[in-house]
Design a protein around this ligand. Structure first.
Ligand SMILES: [Zn+2]
Length: 328
């Protein structure tokens, strides 16, 4: 199975990096922070700290302390339960810990679970350390949504993708048209930008019509007797709520696409692509970009997603954004 292959491939990479003493200082582990991602991080750290000959043995004191997240040279942080945010003070605490001399005279490690919950100030706190990492330290950022991290963080970490996106991740209604749009980016000129914007608008219109039909059907089956205008209000509210979810999914895919382009434009190893099957197209797009312009494209997509929440016509937002992406 594909998913197993990626996990094994990432593991083999870490193992050979460890054996050759050529590990990176920081990794983004793309996987569930309560599942595969967590498991991978634990295995990684056991490999570093294990005292047995065959590492990781899962039995020595170090391995067991690692399993219990109680190893003295490793600190784990995760979001506060109330705010769902990882606070800057927690990040600073982690950095301080890994900057000290290790108790056991070897590695020091910090793990950030659900790294997508870093807020802007905690991301900034982290950035400084990523720029100048203390020697013999490893930072692991575990997240399922690497696209939520600052590009400047991503570009300073090695990315390990543990599972290929489920084939059903892209909806069958909008997956294919979206890929069609992504493959044609960046537009060659203003006219090209407008055409792509219209296609994106069309995509969302189709999605919205489909959602409205489904919601309508749901409402028909409720026993409540509601008057016409009230029914219409509910229909609209529910349709818009579901549309927002789809929009978020679509923009997430667009960001992932552009982060792949950024990785390739930055000359980073293409092993961690979100769209490995599109490597040829992505490489072609990356060739026409600098790291800077690829980063800019990501900002444009993020800005496009943010503007949708305001009262600006969708088509105008898409049009203006795609025009900013026109090749110069
Ligand atoms: Zn061990």
């Amino acid at each position: 199975m594909e998913a197993v292959d990626l996990y094994d491939k990432a593991w083999a990479g870490i193992r050979s990096g460890f054996e050759a003493d050529r590990l990176a200082h920081a990794y983004v582990i793309v996987g569930a922070p309560r599942g595969r991602g967590l498991h991978f991080a634990e295995a990684f750290l056991k490999l570093l700290f294990c005292t047995a000959g065959e590492k990781p043995c899962n039995e020595c004191v170090a391995c067991r302390q690692m399993e219990a997240h109680q190893h003295v040279d490793t600190l784990w942080i995760e979001p506060q339960s109330k705010s769902r945010q990882i606070l800057a003070e927690d990040v600073r605490g982690l950095i301080q810990r890994i900057s000290q001399t290790s108790f056991e005279g070897g590695w020091k490690a910090g793990v950030i679970l659900c790294a997508d919950c870093l807020n802007p100030s905690s991301e900034n706190a982290l950035l400084k350390t990523l720029e100048e990492p203390p020697p013999r330290t490893i930072l692991l950022l575990v997240t399922e949504s690497p696209q939520s991290l600052l590009p400047t963080i991503i570009s300073r970490c090695q990315k390990l993708v543990l599972a290929e996106k489920k084939s059903g991740a892209m909806d069958e209604v909008w997956g294919a048209p979206l890929m069609g749009i992504l493959r044609e980016l960046p537009p060659a000129n203003g006219l090209g930008a407008s055409r792509l914007a219209s296609r994106l608008k069309e995509l969302f219109d189709t999605v919205k019509a489909g959602i409205a039909d489904a919601v309508d059907e749901d409402l028909d089956q409720t026993d409540e007797t509601l008057d016409e205008s009230k029914l219409k209000g509910i229909l609209e509210a529910r349709t818009n709520a579901r549309l927002k979810e789809v929009q978020a999914d679509v923009f997430r895919e667009m960001l992932d696409w552009h982060r792949d382009v950024l990785m390739l434009a930055s000359g980073i190893d293409s092993g961690g692509l979100v769209f490995p099957k599109e490597l040829d197209v992505l490489a072609g797009q990356a060739q026409r970009q600098t790291q800077r312009s690829a980063l800019y494209a990501i900002q444009v997509i993020e800005g496009m997603a943010r503007r949708l929440d305001r009262n600006i016509p969708d088509l105008q937002i898409f049009d203006e954004a795609f025009r900013q992406l026109v090749r110069r």
